[in-house]
Design a binder for this molecule. Structure first.
Ligand code: DGJ
Length: 729
């Protein structure tokens, strides 16, 4: 990895292991142009790509048609209302009500290491394994400075970018829109890949044509959302895992966002990602700064598989901080689908006893243990134990569970308030709401105005008291509704547009306090299933609940989309009872276990009530979790086949970094009549190593498995799964 500045040609070149990213400064006014991003360039000079020698591209000598230049020039960070009519990277309103802005090069700085982003989650690196380039742009008329930051990491084909704005004028300026990154490029046969979804249907893959104008995704729901993942990729060869160019952009942020590609009149593209402009307006007083969240960009010249493995490695080594990242997580049993709100300590202890016999290691008590919460209509905010349910209190229950030999974890939803709660009776103004309007309820709850310090402090004290009251080793932090009625009594009227971002900063502050005060706590984020499964949350918790849909077949699709960008070690995945609570489908217990093994693994059922045969199978499944977890946590992921697209079967694989071991998961979703064996091509192995297929005498060279494939025989019936363990001889 290296970052250089060629003084003579005024060109910046960022080199990762296999990619180059090049920018150049135009003489004269100092426009910063994006010149190239792609396969690594040997050449150091790409300044000819600035095209400033062509007549329409000479801004200072061709004042007559200056907009011909501005509207075509590949701006690294584009401006607004001065002649570039394409989508802008930034929009402001100055103290005179004007929106014109043109940011030009002022200075730069290259250094080893990477700075933290104040108050925000971000990738991290040391002086030994990372490098950063900061370029300062300025507009003297508006009095705005923008510091564009680019960091790279040893051995990884990723570039992380962010922008910090400073008001150097003497008046207040409003930020109306701040993209964290825009990239100008040529259309090269790309389609846009995004992940869309809904509750219980998160992260479905969608490929779209890029038409003229805007092709985009967004969330204005106060969280990254079920509906769209803050990720997009420009792909040349569709879902090909090993061919075609793939450019991806992901947001290290959990709130509102917009992302997309704009195709200009000339057919060129401008890709963008940042905090959504809708409902956003940030008052930046003289001398103040605004730090926009970080985006991660990757380029792969050989399909989606390389992108996936780059993101997995980046997140595992430079984003997730928890000490559990590299540790085997306890196999947990969660009582949500087992009991919903209908439980007491006797029931939980009975589950714990049976779970212990099966080899399960932790009991997680889900929603319903506090206030008068016997359904989802009340008590959020009243974080006091319901002693009618937990007789003798929380400590007694936790001690009882510990005596049985299990760890104990607890569910909380700290960001919410029920209108039917003691907290709301005392502080009705603590809910986010617009004065004079009845705020829209969802799941009969409102969102706490965490932008107010007194609200944050109150909630944090409650969390802390609960955690200090007993030996609680895990927290599931849930969030079950999205934001609306954006209004805060804690903000002045010019700052109401800051609420959504300030809300996210508040959630981050709370989780930062939590992981600092309780460094041994295993934190799992969750949001009505997987509505806040994003890189921002991974900075605080090493795992996130993937979806409320625990059906093994639906999970194949959800986990495919999730693992496209996130490491398997982060995906909360549990075996649940059948018929499945969400889709009513019945699948074999074995298949449910095999599919959940691709994630953090656990159970979501009443182990005292499931069929005897299933219960007896749990120790075998737990054994498999322990046997394969090092591979799942640390290995390289390869997608082999997609049920989402072939509608018949699914297959994926993890290979250890030293390529000595691999685990293939195959699921035959629907059986075909009169079928024959399949040959699954197996990528990612060492071509020269002979692999033994565990449980058989077959030994095959890695190169043969890649070229000819492994034999999968048809199985009798739908929803059948097979795990294939390859061991280097
Ligand atoms: C949504 C979560 O995804 C579920 O697992 C469960 O914790 C419920 N909330 C509880 O209300």
């Amino acid at each position: 990895m290296n970052i250089t500045f060629l003084e003579k040609d005024r060109v910046f070149k960022i080199d990762t292991e296999n990619t180059s990213y090049v920018m150049g400064i135009v003489d004269g006014e100092g426009f910063l142009g994006h010149l190239y991003y792609g396969d690594k360039l040997d050449d150091t000079d790409a300044s000819y790509l600035l095209k400033t020698i062509e007549p329409q591209y000479t801004p200072s000598t061709n004042m007559r048609d200056r907009s011909s230049f501005l509207d075509r020039f590949p701006f690294e960070y584009s401006s607004n209302n001065v002649g570039d009519y394409r989508k802008s990277s930034i929009e402001i309103t100055d103290s005179n009500g004007h929106t014109g802005l043109l940011l030009c090069y002022e200075s730069h700085n290259i250094f080893n290491g990477k700075k933290a982003l104040e108050g925000l989650p971000a990738t991290f690196g040391t002086e030994k394994d990372s490098m950063t380039l900061e370029i300062t742009l300025a507009d003297k008329v508006a009095g705005i400075k923008a510091v564009l930051s680019y960091s790279i990491f040893e051995g990884l084909d990723a570039i992380v970018r962010s922008v910090k704005l400073e008001n150097v004028s003497s008046d207040t300026v409003y930020l109306d829109k701040v993209m964290s990154a825009t990239v100008d490029m040529d259309q090269d046969g790309f389609k846009l890949l995004t992940l869309h979804g809904s509750w219980a249907r998160e992260r479905m893959m969608d490929f779209r044509e890029i038409g003229y104008g805007d092709t985009s995704i967004e969330s204005f729901r106060g969280e990254s959302s079920h509906q769209f993942q803050p990720f997009m990729a420009l792909v040349q060869n569709g879902d090909s895992q090993d061919t075609g160019k793939v450019y991806s952009v992901s947001f290290v942020y959990s709130g509102n966002f917009e992302a997309g590609v704009c195709k200009s009149q000339f057919g060129s593209l401008r890709a963008y990602m940042g905090i959504g402009a809708k409902n956003f307006r940030w008052k930046l007083k003289s001398g103040e700064t605004f730090q926009a969240p970080e985006v991660v960009m990757t380029y792969s010249g050989c399909g989606l598989g390389k992108m996936t493995r780059t993101l997995h490695d980046l997140y595992r080594t430079h984003l997730i901080r928890s000490k559990y990242k590299d540790l085997e997580r306890p196999v947990l049993i969660n009582n949500w689908e087992a009991t919903y709100f209908d439980f007491d300590s006797d029931k939980l202890l009975a589950i714990a006893r049976q779970a212990k016999e099966c080899g399960i290691e932790m009991l997680v008590m889900d929603d319903g243990w506090f206030g008068e919460r016997n359904d989802d209509n009340s008590s959020l905010g009243d974080w006091f134990v319901n002693e009618n349910k937990l007789k003798g209190g929380l400590k007694k229950l936790v001690d009882g569970v510990n005596d049985i030999g299990l760890k104990f974890g607890i569910w909380m939803e700290p960001e919410m308030i029920s209108p039917k709660s003691k907290l709301f009776d005392e502080h009705p103004d603590w809910a986010i709401q617009i004065s004079g309007r009845v705020p829209c309820r969802s799941r009969n709850q409102l969102v706490l105005d965490l932008t107010r310090k007194e609200v944050r402090d109150y909630i944090y004290d409650r969390i802390k008291d609960i955690l200090n009251s007993a030996n609680i080793e895990y927290v599931k932090w849930d969030m079950n509704r999205q934001l609306s009625d954006l209004g805060s009594l804690g903000l002045d009227k010019e700052s109401q547009g800051e609420l959504s971002h300030r809300y996210m900063l508040a959630v981050y502050e709370l989780q930062e306090r939590l992981v600092t005060d309780f460094p041994n706590l295993l934190l799992e984020n969750c949001s009505g299933g997987g509505a806040r499964f994003d890189a921002g949350m991974l900075y605080y918790s090493p795992q996130i609940w993937c979806s409320d849909d625990t059906d093994a077949i639906e999970r194949l699709k959800i986990q495919e989309g999730t693992s496209l960008i996130f490491p398997l070690s982060t995906m909360g995945a549990h075996v649940s009872d059948c018929p499945n609570h969400t889709v009513g489908r019945t699948t074999p217990f074995k298949t449910r276990g095999d599919v959940a093994l691709a994630g953090t693994f656990g159970y979501e059922l009443d182990v005292t009530k499931i069929p005897e045969a299933d219960r007896k199978d749990i120790p075998r499944q737990v054994g498999l979790y322990h046997k394969y977890n090092h591979l799942v946590r640390g290995g390289d992921y390869y997608r082999i086949a997609s049920y989402q697209r072939n509608h018949e079967y699914d297959a994926y694989m993890v290979v250890s970094k030293d390529k000595k071991e691999a685990l293939i998961t195959y699921v035959q979703v629907v059986a075909s009549p009169n079928g024959m064996r399949k040959l699954l091509r197996v990528p990612g192995l060492d071509a020269d190593i002979s692999y033994r297929i565990e449980g058989s005498d077959v030994r095959v060279l890695g190169s043969t498995l890649e070229k000819a494939g492994i034999v999968i025989n048809p199985k009798g019936g739908d929803y059948q799964s097979e795990l294939i363990h390859l061991i280097a001889e």
